[in-house]
Ligand binder design. Structure first.
Ligand SMILES: [Zn+2]
Ligand SMILES: [Zn+2]
Length: 131
C-alpha cells in the first residue's frame, strides 16, 4: 500500500500531492507494463519479463531536481537479471537535469526548498492511503 503526502510551502501558494510506496499493480512486471506510458521503460519491461532470472523493485517516488529544486512524482523502477540491469532515471521537466529520489516517511520533516519561490521551506503532511 502507498501513501499520499501533501507538500505545502510556508512562504508562497505552492502545493503539491505526492504519492509514494507500492500499490497492488506493482507486484508483477506484467501489471506494471499495463500502466506504464514511457516507451523506454515499456521496452525494458518487455525484455526483462522474458528472463526468468529477473528481480525488480518498483514504487512511486518523489524526485527532486538538484539544479532547479523542481519536484516530480514518478515511478521508480529497477530491474536486475543475470545478464542485464536497468534503472529508470527521471529527468527534470523544467531543466533536464537527472533527478534524485527522496524517500518520504511519516513524521520525518522534509528538508526541501520550494520549487516556486525557492525561499520557502516545504512541509509534508499525510493526506491519504492508496492501493
Ligand atoms: Zn514557495
Ligand atoms: Zn530542474
Amino acid at each position: 500500500m502507498g501513501e499520499v503526502f501533501k507538500l505545502e510551502c510556508d512562504t508562497c501558494q505552492y502545493e503539491n500531492r505526492i504519492s509514494v510506496g507500492i500499490g497492488f499493480l506493482y507486484t508483477s512486471l506484467k501489471s506494471i507494463a499495463s500502466f506504464v506510458k514511457d516507451p523506454s521503460i515499456k521496452q525494458q519491461l518487455d525484455s526483462f519479463m522474458k528472463d526468468s532470472s529477473t528481480s525488480f523493485h518498483a514504487y512511486d517516488a518523489m524526485y527532486v531536481c538538484p539544479q532547479c529544486k523542481g519536484i516530480q512524482n514518478e515511478l521508480f523502477i529497477e530491474m536486475q537479471s543475470e545478464s542485464s540491469h536497468f534503472k529508470h532515471s527521471c529527468s527534470c521537466m523544467r531543466c533536464g537535469t537527472i533527478m534524485i529520489d527522496i524517500p518520504m516517511e511519516h513524521n520525518v520533516p522534509v528538508q526541501l526548498n520550494c520549487p516556486d519561490c525557492s525561499e520557502g521551506g516545504l512541509k509534508a503532511t499525510f493526506y491519504m492511503d492508496w492501493d
